[in-house]
Design a protein around this ligand. Structure first.
Ligand code: TEU
Length: 563
């Protein structure tokens, strides 16, 4: 896979603007705050910042419910602040990618206000309606609703409207050419301003089967692995729309596009990113971050998740894009718990070493790495003790569901400490040991993690062996060896090893071995015929080789050149 592109070679740093840096003391991160920290971001060596939505929003889902695509959320600042931010980033050679949320908007968007006012309104067909005289609409799930329904009754016009997420996020009707035209014009306005691309929220599900057939669980199980999102993403016209979007918008700029891959599978993902189809550039899958959840519970994590399955998922996805197309690698984002808590070990003795190990993984795989703010410090899950601390619409709805069923609420709260409540990964950036970790002078919108005294930027800067310095070093290594670490072939070794993830990366001239111990017990790797040369990076002491075997320490990571 050797067609070279800047967005393949880049490292992306994801900033959740609400939690990064507050400049005005209202407890909410903002654009001026982010601008004030660009030298820090630059110092990391990353190339691109992906910002979660910054558009006007009533914040039912922290900006994923947009009421005006052409204005900035008032808590985040003004358009002038945005222009200043963009210029300051470009001045430092950092690119900016925005979130594009066009499966749905906010029920407070002017389009929806108009649309719900009458059945004959010009904007009515910007959304999906089901007239109540036809009876109840066929079930569709609404992800963030306590009653689980994706239809909401609107008495004004005696109709239901469709919302795959909360009722505050009505789904847009892509079958309507007028809607599509508005979206493309809006994208063009942002790209003309100079942004460098879009991460596209749940883009595979924009096209609906608007006959709204009755779907049975048996049908879903048989055809879509029981997964509604796979069913949602199966309407072929999504590709017609994306090709149109490419022609009307993306093809005119040297911008990158990333498909959030909700609902896509190894069999369907290529259709979004095959260059010859002229749709999008790269996509991210959910198989990795879906591993190890206990069925029947809300995001409860099995602490004994299976490493061979993890390796299999990432290896199979690597091969999907080995010849064409392009993938991404991530272990954390604003929808996930902190990577060290979930995939490493956040106990004091292992937190740093396992963070570094995960960083080694992210930056030594093929595919563009998406690295989440705070992971360079090894920030951990916040582990809230009570539901009142949670702000996320999803967790609150899930809690209410358990309550309504008379389930074990204590256990729910316990499960989320190591599990997947999204707020675990949304707590304020820890800049220093001061009040609110230096994030705000006001009352933070969500609590700051108590461990800020030892996990913060200032502290990590002073410690040469910190996770922060390791992240920088690992980025430099990836950049210095693009042929092998970005573009090189990937080959999994010793697939069934229960505690070591081992693979080679190889260009036409160089070959390296990556060894990652995912266990507090370390692990053993049999070298076979491989002959070790120099170590490129190591998060612990030099590799211990006994005869033909490498004995890894707990969570040890090493990249070593092969002879
Ligand atoms: O998430 C898309 C998605 O597939 C969700 O189901 C996601 O997995 C969710 O977090 C479930 O835990 C995107 C955004 O990343 C997310 O923040 C938004 O809430 C969602 O779309 C709606 O816009």
């Amino acid at each position: 896979n050797n067609s070279k592109k800047w967005w393949k070679e880049a490292v992306v740093y994801q900033v959740y603007p609400r939690s990064f840096k507050d400049s005005d003391g209202d407890g909410i991160g903002d654009l001026k705050g982010l601008t004030s920290q660009l030298d820090y971001i630059k110092s990391l060596g990353v190339d691109i910042v992906w910002l979660n939505p910054i558009y006007s929003s009533p914040n039912a889902d922290n900006g994923y419910d947009i009421s005006n695509y052409d204005d900035i959320m008032k808590e985040f600042g003004t358009m002038q602040d945005f222009d200043t931010l963009l210029a300051a980033m470009h001045q430092r050679g950092i690119k900016l990618v925005l979130d594009l949320v066009v499966n749905h908007c906010s029920d407070e968007h002017e389009w929806f206000k108009q649309a719900r006012s009458s059945r004959t309104n010009k904007y009515r067909n910007y959304f999906h309606w089901w007239p109540a005289e036809k009876g109840k609409p066929p079930f569709r799930p609404g992800s963030f609703e306590v009653d689980g329904s994706g239809w909401r009754f609107d008495s004004l016009t005696n109709s239901y409207y469709l919302h795959y997420f909360s009722y505050k996020q009505p789904d847009l009707n892509w079958e309507n050419p007028a809607l599509r035209k508005e979206i493309y014009a809006m994208m063009n306005r942002w790209l003309k301003k100079g942004i460098d691309g879009f991460r596209m929220d749940v883009i595979p599900v924009i096209a609906k089967d608007t006959t709204f057939p009755v779907i049975t669980q048996a049908f879903l199980d048989k055809n879509f692995n029981g997964d509604w999102f796979q069913y949602f993403a199966s309407t072929p016209s999504v590709h017609t729309y994306l090709q149109e979007m490419n022609k009307e918008v993306l093809s005119k700029y040297d911008a990158m596009s990333l498909a959030e891959g909700a609902g896509t599978t190894k069999a369907t993902a290529m259709n979004f990113v095959d260059p010859s189809r002229h749709e999008l550039d790269m996509s991210y899958h959910f198989d990795g971050v879906s591993l190890g959840y206990v069925p029947g519970y809300f995001k409860k994590m099995n602490p004994n998740w299976d490493l061979p399955s993890f390796k299999k998922i990432y290896s199979e996805w690597d091969s999907v894009f080995a010849k064409k197309g392009w993938g991404t690698i991530y272990l954390g984002n604003h929808d996930q718990p902190r990577m060290v808590t979930r995939w490493g070990n956040d106990a004091p003795e292992y937190r740093e070493v396992s963070s570094k190990m995960l960083t080694t993984f992210l930056l030594s795989m093929r595919g563009t790495p998406y690295y989440y703010y705070g992971d360079e410090l090894g920030m951990t899950n916040i582990k809230f003790d009570k539901i009142e601390d949670y702000k996320d619409i999803e967790t609150i709805a899930a809690y209410e569901q358990v309550k309504n069923k008379g389930g074990d609420l204590k256990q729910f709260i316990e499960d989320q400490k190591t599990g997947g409540a999204r707020d675990n990964g949304r707590t304020p950036m820890q800049w220093n040991a001061g009040t609110n970790a230096g994030f705000t002078t006001g009352l933070p919108w969500i609590k700051v993690n108590d461990n800020k005294n030892t996990i913060n930027v200032e502290f990590a800067e002073k410690n040469p062996s910190s996770t922060l310095h390791y992240f920088r070093k690992m980025i430099q290594l990836r950049k210095a060896h693009k042929d092998v670490l970005v573009y090189g072939d990937y080959n999994l070794l010793d697939a069934s090893n229960p505690s070591v993830y081992a693979y080679t990366r190889a260009s036409s001239t160089e070959k390296v071995l990556v060894l990652l111990s995912f266990k507090p017990t370390g692990g053993v790797f049999d070298l076979g015929n491989l002959q070790l040369a120099d170590e490129w990076i190591n998060n612990a002491t030099p590799l211990k080789v006994v005869g033909n075997k490498v004995v890894l320490q707990p969570y040890q990571a090493c990249i070593v050149k092969l002879k």
